[in-house]
Design a protein around this ligand. Structure first.
Ligand code: 1CP
Length: 354
């Protein structure tokens, strides 16, 4: 394997000195890019794109050709695991995900297999290997998975939800069924992430998009504890380098200390969190990733620049900051906009690293 040319992202996650604050964007590959839409049309549908390592590699690299990003993220989805468990995943045109066979009872949970990453999910590992070789060591590759709680919301609701009625009914009426599901998912996610590292992923991120809909005790019991179990089982070194792990709970700003207690290397923050406050609370223990509101990408170039300057000042001088959006980039963002964002982070962050 080639040596890594730009390792700012990995260094910042480990709170080591860097020359500029590294930056990447959640959902940096996707529908806001016309070249992505072309490849997706060529693939036929979203899952066919994910299952084709050459095309998945191509869309992973697309944003890196346009912007000076410091990391690549595997093009795939968090729902590959429930799909591999046999739930029958489809993405309708312009719709969210749907499962043909949602999980409703203990029998359903007991019948779910723990997928073998090099068998049912081999297409993901092949994508990791293809991307890693195509990157030629330019920037590190991020592997990822969904948190057990977030995956369970889709599996029990049968798709996206605004109210989480079914999974919350399960949580309060039959918590043992939900725990059985979450335990199986934690085992599956751990195997899946470790296989991504073996295939060449250099950093790992767990997306807990829906942990923030829980009460504090429920968050601990149904989301955080299972993420902690995963963190404890992950491969933390590969190719002679640490493999940093980032946990992102959207709307999880009130639980930063507890998230840091899992032993992760970094915490992803949405835009509702004050970075200075977060740094005071946990910055001596973990790196922080975030946290510009993705809506700022609708602003003028100078508006974006001012917001980047504000966030850099909020974090302040020193190590341990990875710049990112607080959630995924919106589909209708003009692809010219991220250039202003990414360039501003690099240019304006230099004085903070002297
Ligand atoms: O129509 C299309 O082309 C599909 C749109 C799309 C894309 C581009 C989906 C369907 N998934 C993805 C890729 C994806 N998903 C990536 C890799 C791309 C990149 O980051 O560059 C990643 C990391 C994800 C992760 C993901 N998928 C999350 C966690 C992060 C987050 O945004 O909160 C979640 C919740 C999903 C589920 C999912 N997959 C797709 C959609 C539309 C959704 C969200 C459904 C919902 O809102 O409930």
């Amino acid at each position: 394997m080639q040596p890594l040319v730009n390792d700012r992202y990995l260094r910042a996650l480990l709170r080591q000195p860097v020359d500029e604050t590294p930056v990447w964007m959640m959902r940096q590959a996707g529908r806001y890019l016309p070249e992505y839409r072309d490849v997706r049309t060529q693939a036929g549908d979203f899952m066919s794109l994910c299952r084709n390592p050459e095309l998945a590699c191509e869309v992973t690299l697309q944003p890196l050709r346009r912007y000076a990003l410091d990391a690549a993220i595997l093009f795939s989805d968090i729902l590959t695991i429930p799909d591999a468990m046999g739930l029958g995943l489809t993405f309708g045109q312009g719709e969210g995900p749907r499962f043909a066979r949602p999980v409703t009872c203990l029998r359903d949970v007991q019948q779910l297999p723990v997928p073998d990453p090099e068998d049912e999910l081999r297409y993901v590992m092949d994508a990791v290997r293809t991307i890693r070789s195509a990157l030629q060591g330019k920037v590190p590759l991020i592997g990822f998975a969904g948190s057990p709680w977030t995956l369970a919301t889709y599996m029990v609701e049968g798709g996206s939800s605004k109210t989480f009625t079914r999974i919350k009914q399960m949580m309060v009426r039959e918590p043992e069924i939900l725990h059985a599901l979450l335990a199986k998912l934690a085992d599956s996610v751990c195997l899946y992430l470790n296989a991504q590292v073996a295939a060449g992923a250099q950093s790992l991120m767990i997306f807990d998009t829906w942990g923030g809909v829980l009460s504090t005790p429920a968050y601990r019991a149904f989301s955080l504890d299972y993420m902690a179990r995963i963190v404890a089982g992950l491969t933390r070194e590969s190719e002679g380098r640490p493999v940093p792990v980032t946990l992102f709970t959207k709307n999880g700003g009130q639980w930063l200390e507890a998230i840091a207690d899992t032993g992760c290397d970094a915490i992803g923050l949405d835009w509702t969190v004050d970075l200075a406050d977060a740094r005071r609370r946990v910055g001596h223990r973990v790196a922080l990733q975030g946290n510009m509101d993705p809506a700022m990408l609708y602003a003028s170039a100078s508006g974006i620049e001012q917001e980047v300057a504000r966030i850099l000042a909020e974090f302040g001088p020193g190590n341990g900051h990875v710049f990112n959006l607080g959630h995924g980039i919106a589909q209708d963002v003009d692809p010219a906009q991220p250039t202003h964002f990414v360039d501003a982070v690099h240019r304006l962050s230099r004085p903070y690293h002297r």
